[in-house]
Design a protein around this ligand. Structure first.
Ligand SMILES: NC(=O)c1ccc[n+]([C@@H]2O[C@H](COP(=O)([O-])OP(=O)(O)OC[C@H]3O[C@@H](n4cnc5c(N)ncnc54)[C@H](O)[C@@H]3O)[C@@H](O)[C@H]2O)c1
Length: 319
């Protein structure tokens, strides 16, 4: 029996993009999964397509008091992740990341469960160091329009690390960098699904800024593999890890690659850059490589090919 074969696992935010892939992987291992999700950005239909034998889905807002099931491992992925969504109701974003995380942490303490937090590279803000190591304190505008997300994720990390120090809580934190893959929605405004939808429908690709800003895109299969390692490796207890791909590309390079793969000579147009948009992002993943034995495997072109022949349901809904 492997580590994952006989666990009970709660995935808050399990109806979202990364959550659904994580739920599928955990179910595949034979473990039981409870999904808690309010479906604010997540979708119920793809979960219905999974084997229901070991899957329980509950519609619930984690920022509101609720009774949580007894489990071995809690994954907290519940949070709007795209600027369009987290800025549409910033107070709600705060409540989800602060009150929701606290409630899940209390359940983890009650049940002596492992708690894996989906944090974000946004805790580094517009970073002063490059590439970003886990020891970087970040460079975040605390009152800007992105702060509801960046600062609430930072505050969640604070309370979780306080719990490690004062309660001996079994917490593991993943600072996830930009992740892409099948199942993203074009309507959420993130670069890759946006570009793919525009390329497939013959439209011009819209870049915010001049395209020289960089990101490091990680395929969702690699991100999920990293999250699973965080849950299972004892040395991850009380630690923070960058989970991302360390290959860095400009946004313009990504757009050009997507036109080459999905488009037909589409134009690329440039629009105003959002406030506080970071200029460079690349994770230093040495800690994850050393302690988790995890390294991303999927190269960008190979990863983009996983989007090639898929008729993403939501890609059609906005464009
Ligand atoms: N996708 C990325 O590139 C990326 C990068 C860094 C961090 N993350 C983190 O990973 C997690 C998942 O991201 P994603 O891309 O899958 O986002 P997503 O928006 O697709 O999924 C988030 C899920 O959380 C649910 N949710 C939101 N608020 C909730 C609440 N109050 N109660 C219950 N459920 C709630 C949504 O309905 C959705 O199913 C998030 O915590 C995000 O901050 C993602």
């Amino acid at each position: 029996m492997t580590f994952w074969g006989n666990k009970s696992v709660l995935v808050a935010g399990g109806a979202g993009f990364i959550g659904r892939h994580l739920v599928e992987a955990v179910l595949h291992s034979g473990s039981k999964v409870y999904v808690l999700d309010d479906f604010s950005t997540g979708q119920e239909e793809p979960l219905k397509a999974l084997d229901q034998t070991n899957l329980i889905v509950q519609n619930c807002d984690i920022s509101q008091p609720t009774t949580l099931p007894q489990v071995d491992i809690i994954y907290n992925l519940a949070s709007p992740a795209s600027p369009v969504h987290y800025q549409s109701d910033p107070i709600r974003t705060w409540k989800t990341n602060i009150l929701g995380t606290l409630q899940l942490l209390e359940a983890a303490q009650t049940y002596a469960a492992t708690f894996v937090q989906a944090s974000t590279s946004e805790v580094y803000g517009d970073p002063l160091s490059h590439p970003q190591k886990e020891t970087d304190w970040g460079h975040v505008n605390p009152v800007g329009p992105r702060a509801c997300y960046d600062e609430s994720k930072r505050a969640a990390e604070t309370v979780l690390m306080d719990a490690v120090r004062t309660l001996d809580a079994d917490v593991r934190i993943a600072r996830i960098f930009n992740t892409y893959g099948p199942g993203m929605t074009a309507s959420d405004g993130r670069a890759i699904p946006n570009f793919v939808a525009q390329a497939k429908t013959g439209k011009a690709l819209t870049i915010h800024g001049d395209g020289t800003q960089t990101r490091s895109f990680c395929h969702v299969s690699d991100t999920v593999a990293g999250l699973l390692r965080l849950g299972e490796v004892p040395a991850a207890r009380g630690e923070i890890f960058n989970i991302g791909n360390s290959v860095e590309n400009t946004i313009l390079e990504i757009a050009q690659e997507i036109v080459a793969l999905f488009g037909n000579g589409n134009d690329i147009v440039f629009e105003n850059r959002p406030v506080d948009d970071p200029q460079r992002r690349r994770p230093d993943i040495k800690k994850a490589q050393d302690l988790l034995g995890w390294t991303p495997k999927v190269a960008l072109r190979e990863g983009l090919m996983t989007l090639l022949d898929r008729d993403e349901p939501v890609l059609a809904d906005t464009l």
